[in-house]
Structure formats: C-alpha cells, structure tokens
Design a protein around this ligand. Structure first.
Ligand code: ARG
Length: 407
C-alpha cells in the first residue's frame, strides 16, 4: 500500500464534485487512506451531516470539520484591515486570506492523524494552489503535497461525473452554477462562465447576495462604527465581537448593494483574469478604518503606511502569509494603531459607502488651527518664512534654467 510512500492524506474538502472525485481518485491511484478536512470560514452555513455523508460515500476514512471563523477574523482579517490591504487597489482578498488558514489546519490535521501528505483540489493555473502549497511548505516542509487536478486524466466536468458514477459517488442533482464561487465571511469571489469576457456586464445571477443597485432602498441608512486600536468594537453604539459586526455589516451592506467589485486582476501565475466580488462588510470597514486613521495618524506615519499597504496586499495575494516580511510589517502596522480609536459615521446609499462624520479622543484635528472663522490660532505671518525656505530648491532650479535659455 502507498504509492510514492503516501499512506494517508488529508484532503481540503468542500463536498463539491471535484473534491469528492479527488477523494476516490487518491484512494485508487495512491492506494492510500483519505481524511477529508473541511474548514468553516463563514459565509454560507455548512451542512455537516451532508458533508460527512458525502465524504464517506467517496471513500473517506474520516471527516474533520472545524469552525475557524474566530481565528480567521482575529489572525487574518484584522491584520489585513489594519494594513488597509486591497489587492490592486480594489480586492479585499477574502479568498486569499482564507487559504493560509486552511493550509495551517490541513497541516495540523495531517499531524494529528499521522498523515504523510496533504491534498487540494486547485487547478494548475490559479492562485490558490500557490497559497496552499507555499503555506504548507512553510509550516511543514516534510509533508508531501498532492494536487490531483494538475495530474489526473479527467479533462472535463462530464468525465468527472462519469468517474463519480463509476464509483457510486452520488452526484448532487442540483443544477450546477455556471460560475466558480468561493465564499467566506470577508466576501465572495465569483469567476468563470460568461464573466470570462471582460466586456460583458455581469448578468443578474452572477452576484450571489448583493442587491442590484436598481433594487436597493431609496432612502440612505446611517451607521456608526467604533474602533479601538484599529479594531471594530461596536456598531451603532452597541458593543459586539468583530465577527458579529462583520456579519451585520454584510447584511446591511448587501441590502444597499455595497462592496460590488468587478475587475481584471493579475494572478500570481502571470495570467490576467476577470473576476467579480461582493464584499459589503470588508468595503465598509476598510473605508471606515481609513477614515479613522486620517483623523488620528500624523501625516508622516500615515503617508508611509500608505506606501506599504499595496505591498502587504501583494504578500497576501501571492500566498506569502507565513513569511518574515509579513510578520515584520504586522509589527509596524500594529504600532501605528495605538491611537486609531474613535467613531466613524457612514451613509449607505445605492452602492455607495460615504463617510460623513468622524470623532476620536485622540483626534489630531484642531479646529483652532483649521478654522477660517474667528478663533484662528494659526500664525499666518510665519507662513511667509516657511514658504521661502520650502520653495528654495525651486527658486535655485528656476534661476539656472533661465540662465541656460539665454545662452
Ligand atoms: N481571484 C481570487 C483570488 O485569487 C479568487 C480565487 C478563487 N475564486 C473562485 N471564484 N473560486 O484570491
């Protein structure tokens, strides 16, 4: 037993056709035992009875289902929020952030179950294979990694269905969505089908929950988000766990059509792909957090922090979560959040999330300095000397240029 020394594998399992067929295929081709692992990262409710049953039908020896939502929020979403991480300025990276966490638990379960390999159902041209494997390598370089989709002979969905039938794996009768969807509490990623034409507007059935703008309420809704050291701690004056705030903002934002993202993005493997996302809570919180920072961070810290945000997002997107650079950047970001405390008021209306108010006990905004009305304490007379010196290089350059033109 055990091709290539693989005796037992933990498989990242979803209950879909791909991973169900993979379970059987691993047993047949590697002559090994398969332990299916399912991570619950929020979004849709998991049906654990269905998953257990389905995995067993595919030949799995054991099924491990783990709720990792709290860990996802605390160790992955919050650092990304504090860093204002958006890939290519737009995508809050629900999928990208979830992968290293799933990989961490795949490795953990492999250790618990004394497995010698892990397996996943990612294709050979996506980002997720990179994220799973780079993370798993960082956590345990000795574990073997199997990626059947890159290896097997099944070329089409129909061939997979044939294979499933041959091994009596029940193929769920529901009509297959024309899209490939990945969902968790930080957002939903949708690709494939008609979306592969970047000129075509996503049809109504493409967005999974988000209301079309045409169907959103005609009245705006105001919300207040309270932060403490960069962490959302209350919504509309009610203290609650960040995870609850995210869940609530997903509901509220969905209704107002907020967090709709339609982009062509650069994948790690070099391909450009068109993908759409819905991420109501992520977009609202990222927006609010940035506003909190503009009130409470000094200019130099804020501007420097802005330069590392895209870099931090790249690390997440590229699957480089378990790396020294990410840890070092986290330490920097954490330090900047010491006074990112206060409240942001937002107006939600027809797909827009508009900041309309902010306050903080650590506000660096000084009315006495900013006002154009009475009570102004800014020293206007010292502005002249400041500008003389600040503009000195420009004066010197200009003098040289004039001299050169005369020659
Ligand atoms: N492009 C996104 C990322 O790389 C999502 C990938 C998964 N998307 C999906 N629809 N299954 O993070």
């Amino acid at each position: 037993m055990g091709k290539q020394g693989v005796k037992r594998v933990t498989l990242a399992y979803s209950g879909g056709l791909d991973t169900s067929v993979i379970a059987r295929w691993l047993i047949e081709n590697y002559d090994c035992e398969v332990i299916c692992f399912v991570a619950d990262l929020g979004g849709r409710k998991l049906d654990s009875d269905f998953l257990r049953e389905k995995a067993k039908n595919s030949g799995a020896k054991k099924v491990v289902i783990k709720d990792v939502k709290e860990e996802f929020v605390k160790d992955f979403i919050l650092p990304a929020l504090k860093a204002n991480a958006l890939y290519e300025g737009a995508y809050p990276m629900a999928t990208s952030l979830g992968r290293p966490l799933i990989a961490k638990w795949l490795v953990e379960v492999a250790h618990q179950e004394k497995a010698d390999a892990i397996a996943h159902g990612c294709t050979g041209k996506g980002n997720d294979q990179v994220r799973f494997e780079v993370a798993a390598r960082a956590l345990d370089p000795k574990l073997k990694i199997l990626a059947p989709l890159r290896e097997w002979e099944l070329k089409t969905r129909d061939e997979e269905i044939e294979y499933a039938k041959r091994y009596k794996i029940p193929v769920t009768a529901t009509k297959k969505s024309p899209y490939s969807i990945d969902q968790n509490i930080w957002g939903t990623s949708i690709e494939c089908g008609i979306l592969e034409d970047p000129w075509i507007e996503p049809p109504l059935d493409a967005y999974q929950d988000l209301f079309p703008i045409e169907k959103t309420p005609n009245r705006p809704e105001y919300i207040v988000i309270q932060f403490e050291k960069g962490v959302p701690i209350a919504l509309n004056g009610v203290k609650m766990k960040t995870i609850r705030i995210i869940e609530k903002l997903n509901q509220i934002g969905t209704k107002h059509g907020i967090g709709r993202i339609d982009m062509v993005e650069n994948r790690v493997v070099g391909i450009k792909s068109r993908e759409i996302y819905e991420a109501p809570a992520a977009i609202i919180l990222l927006n609010a957090h940035k506003q909190m920072e503009s009130l409470t961070l000094d200019r130099e810290t804020m501007h420097f922090k802005e330069t590392i945000a895209p870099r931090y997002a790249e690390l997440i997107y590229y699957g480089l979560w378990f790396t020294p650079l990410r840890e070092a950047l986290d330490a920097f970001v954490e330090k900047t959040q010491e006074r990112v405390t206060g409240e942001i008021r937002l107006k939600l209306y027809k797909g827009n999330c508009i900041p309309v108010g902010r306050r903080s006990p650590y506000s660096l905004y000084s009315l006495a300095l900013a006002t154009y009305d009475i009570g102004d304490q800014f020293d206007h007379s010292s502005a002249k000397g400041f500008i003389d010196i600040f503009g000195l290089p420009s004066r010197v350059i200009s003098a040289i240029e004039m001299k050169m033109k005369k020659r």
